[in-house]
Design a protein around this ligand. Structure first.
Ligand code: FPP
Length: 257
């Protein structure tokens, strides 16, 4: 692992989430078909995964295809699915070699059968890896996720497994697609748009947000390091005061000694 201090990086997010935006505009600016932007975007995914491994980030979650993206022109959806399939086929051995565990969130059942098959294969084959958990949000929308959570909790209540008054945050979190993953510490969105776009609405409650004008196909390791260095300068308080947080930190240090 590179020494983070060499890059002025004082603290690395344990869980980094990214909205990879701007592929279409990148291509349009060059009078190229939009799919060329997406293709370039896939290359960037590869280098960002490598850098997360080098930095020591343990969880990386990428917004690859939203529930709303199904509404794009048929050709673009088909091309994106083709790219996803080729990415998965090509990356299988490389993910495994690098000790990466693949995970997916979203309505994966809506993906074409061939993609589902390879996705499930890789998820199964990499299940024992622990250097990095790479989660792809595919056919994902946070409102849709919450509706599915509500349905699951209601079903449990009807079955008598849970009483509605006792439903807790823990019960709810257990039904999220991300159950078992920590909440993201840091969210990066490229391309200058400053919105969350239905991504991880519950999980981002205390996440540090970072927006950059750089379009995703131009997003390099240098941009990633600059973003992570900025994360290291943020003061996270989780709704508490700085003094309370310091007391908590001191107490956990005492317990560790
Ligand atoms: C946003 O750009 C990006 C997407 C809708 C898809 C992101 C997908 C990739 C980077 C490739 C596939 C990913 C993997 C992991 C294989 P946009 O089309 O919304 O750009 P625009 O806002 O400039 O139109």
């Amino acid at each position: 692992m590179k020494n983070p201090s060499e890059q002025n990086i004082s603290r690395v997010p344990n869980h980094l989430a990214i909205i990879m935006d701007g592929n279409g505009r990148w291509a349009e600016q060059r009078h190229l078909p939009r799919i060329i932007g997406h293709r370039k975007g896939v290359e960037v995914v590869h280098s960002v995964v490598d850098e997360c491994l080098a930095l020591g980030t343990r969880y990386l979650t990428l917004f690859a295809f939203s529930s709303e993206n199904w509404g794009r022109p048929h050709d673009e959806v088909e091309a994106l699915m083709g790219l996803l399939g080729r990415f998965l086929q090509k990356e299988l051995s490389s993910l495994h070699k690098r000790g990466i565990r693949l995970n997916a969130i979203g309505e994966v059942s809506r993906l074409p059968r061939n993609i589902r098959t390879i996705l499930n294969d890789i998820i199964e084959q990499t299940a024992g890896n622990d250097s990095l958990v790479l989660t792809l949000a595919l056919s994902y929308g946070a409102r849709n996720e919450m509706v599915r959570v509500a349905q699951a909790l209601a079903a449990k209540a009807v079955a008598g497994e849970l009483s509605s008054e006792d439903i807790s945050e823990t019960d709810l979190v257990a039904e999220l697609d991300t159950s078992g993953l920590p909440d993201p510490d840091f969210l990066i969105r490229t391309s200058g748009e400053m919105r969350i776009s239905n991504f991880l609405l519950w999980q981002l409650a205390y996440t540090e947000l970072y927006f950059t004008d750089v379009l995703w196909p131009d997003f390099s390791v240098k941009h990633l390091r600059a973003a992570v260095a900025e994360y290291g300068r943020r003061h996270r308080r989780f709704g508490l005061t700085a003094a309370q947080l310091k007391a908590l930190e001191d107490r956990s240090k005492e317990w560790a000694d």
